[in-house]
Design a protein around this ligand. Structure first.
Ligand SMILES: CC(C)(COP(=O)(O)OP(=O)(O)OC[C@H]1O[C@@H](n2cnc3c(N)ncnc32)[C@H](O)[C@@H]1OP(=O)(O)O)[C@@H](O)C(=O)NCCC(=O)NCCS
Length: 170
């Protein structure tokens, strides 16, 4: 196990969290699609109308200064069937720190939190080609819950504007 500890993110971590988000996007080949930046991370993780929470993994040994090497970003959600649940949006550990138990520490923090909030389950999405991630989740006995009968929809910003302009409302 690397000399890494896991804690709740603080506002002064925003720059590092943004850096790790970009590394994650680069790893996934999506860097060109990233629209978030330090300002959106500050607003959405620490502002008055925050929408996410985050755990970070911090190491001090290599440089002598604390440095983030991983993060797990989550939000709370709710279904009529099961009530509240924890949705994991991002889980990422820097390449040099992988296979040292850091991802498991972040995951354990999220599991303990979900249990303490009385959640029936946690949920997240993974690309089918992401064998590294899938192997990780299987270690915790996670079950794939895709069904042929359920579809995921996305309404983008332009479509929302167009649709709104067609609907007469107050
Ligand atoms: C997935 C990820 C977060 C795991 O973090 P990690 O710190 O390496 O995880 P751990 O060291 O705690 O590994 C726990 C277990 O996961 C599995 N695992 C992790 N990486 C693996 C790999 N490359 N190949 C096979 N199994 C792997 C193993 O079962 C491992 O246990 P073991 O080392 O005792 O065999 C990390 O690999 C990562 O950041 N990957 C890139 C981003 C990503 O894919 N995120 C998930 C998106 S859905």
């Amino acid at each position: 196990m690397a000399d890494v500890s896991v804690r709740e993110a603080r506002e002064d971590d925003c720059e590092e969290i943004t850096r790790l988000m970009q590394e994650f996007a680069k790893h996934e080949g999506n860097l060109h699609l990233v629209k978030t930046n330090i300002h959106t991370v500050k607003r959405d993780g620490f502002g008055e109308q925050k929408v996410f929470d985050c755990f970070v993994a911090e190491e001090t040994l290599t440089t002598g200064k604390p440095r983030l090497v991983g993060y797990l970003l989550y939000m709370w959600s709710f279904t009529t069937m099961s009530g509240r649940f924890l949705f994991v949006e991002d889980l990422f550990v820097e390449e040099n720190f992988r296979r040292k138990g850091v991802g498991s520490l972040l995951w354990a923090k999220a599991m303990k939190l979900a249990l303490s909030w009385g959640c029936e389950y946690m949920q997240w999405m993974a690309k089918r080609r992401n064998t590294m991630g899938i192997n990780f989740y299987k270690k915790f006995d996670a079950v794939e819950t895709n069904t042929d009968s359920v579809m995921t929809f996305t309404l983008d910003n332009d479509a929302m504007k167009t649709a709104c302009s067609k609907i007469v409302s107050e």
